[in-house]
Design a protein around this ligand. Structure first.
Ligand SMILES: [Zn+2]
Length: 357
């Protein structure tokens, strides 16, 4: 059957034609963050494909006795679309490496159309190196990314977060997601999901970054937006299970910034990421940990609850989210409870006398 052959070809083509920079733990990003001068470039949400093209793409995955005939028929129809080759090439460029499946569909369609004008575009692609794909998304439904992704995948949200947290293209391209802000497997979309949770989980959420009134569920987002200088995507260990989730640099002699790393993007679910952002915001606000390694987790220890360090803020946010969070799921609220209790039990030299029920 023809479609079986197409799939075989797809596997081979995908290996050589698609690339997406994954994470190389060292050297893929400059140590100093990129501060853009002049007009900001925001990541762009890709619009759906032209209907004639989308229809042809659908036939590629059909199976059954008529699959081949339908594929040929749709290909012939596509030949009658004026400028089909150009439309496909611009589609490919708009996709970036956002969606490997659709990218393959574009390349395969260009090959099948056999328009000489497409050759100039296809040949360099075939010579490109294959990717190293080190994304570690795991189950995006469990992590909450599927749920929150439907809310963050639009240009208005992308623009809002981009501006409030001073993201820069140079800190989020090369596979981190600038080229595909809706791709839930990439660091950027996973960060946007956490920011959405942070911004909109209070029933009466704050509508300006200067409004710090109410409880932590309400002031979490404005507090983070007004204290974090900028959010930068970094590899860190390059593995979700090891190394720091995030690091905040703050002081007179350094470029103020908060770096988010592989364990943040892939080792944490959406609400845990939001908690980490509040934690880091407290560091950006000037409060460091004051108890070294003298707590049960032996790192990032605060002396006690009343020190009101990053760990107290972290717990406050998650606790309020558990009690009062809205526009979320029960699973997220339970994750928040577990994480808050963990920080209570392991993050303080003197354990706060709190148990979250
Ligand atoms: Zn910390």
């Amino acid at each position: 059957m023809r479609s079986g052959k197409r799939w075989q070809a797809a596997v081979l083509a995908t290996a050589s034609l698609l690339w997406g920079a994954g994470c190389t733990p060292t050297g893929d990003k400059p140590n100093e963050s990129t501060d853009s001068a002049g007009p900001e470039t925001n990541p762009t949400v890709v619009a759906p494909a032209d209907p004639a093209i989308a229809n042809h793409f659908a036939t590629m995955f059909e199976v059954g006795p008529d699959a081949d005939a339908r594929y040929q028929e749709s290909l012939e129809q596509l030949r009658t679309v004026p400028g089909a080759t150009e439309i496909l090439i611009s589609r490919y460029k708009a996709l970036g490496d956002a969606n490997p499946s659709e990218r393959w569909q574009v390349v395969e369609t260009l090959r099948a159309l056999a328009d000489p004008a497409a050759l100039k575009f296809l040949v360099p692609l075939a010579r490109s190196p294959a990717p190293v794909d080190d994304y570690q998304p795991g189950n995006n439904s469990t992590s909450g990314d599927t749920f929150y992704g439907t809310k963050t995948c639009n240009q208005a949200m992308v623009n809002q977060f981009w501006n409030h947290f001073d993201f820069d293209k140079g800190d989020w391209d090369d596979g981190f997601g600038f080229e595909a802000p809706c791709d839930l497997n990439r660091p950027l979309a996973r960060t946007f999901n956490a920011l959405y949770l942070l911004a909109y989980s209070a029933q009466n959420y704050a509508t300006t970054t200067g409004d710090l009134s109410g409880n932590a569920l309400r002031w979490g987002y404005p507090f983070a937006a007004s204290n974090i200088d900028e959010l930068d995507g970094r590899c860190g260990s390059g593995d979700k299970n090891s190394g720091a989730r995030a690091t905040t640099y703050h002081g007179a002699a350094v470029d103020d910034r908060t770096e988010l790393k592989w364990p943040f993007f892939y080792g944490e679910n959406v609400v845990e990421r939001a908690g980490t952002i509040v934690h880091e915001a407290r560091h950006a606000n000037g409060k460091s940990h004051n108890a070294g390694t003298s707590c049960p987790r032996k790192a990032s220890c605060d002396s006690e609850w009343s020190y009101m360090g990053a760990n107290s803020y972290h717990v406050l946010y998650l606790w309020w989210f558990y009690v009062d969070g809205t526009r979320t799921t029960t699973a997220m609220k339970n994750f928040a409870k577990t994480e808050a209790q963990y920080v209570i039990d392991y993050g303080f030299k003197t354990r706060p006398p709190y148990t979250i029920y």
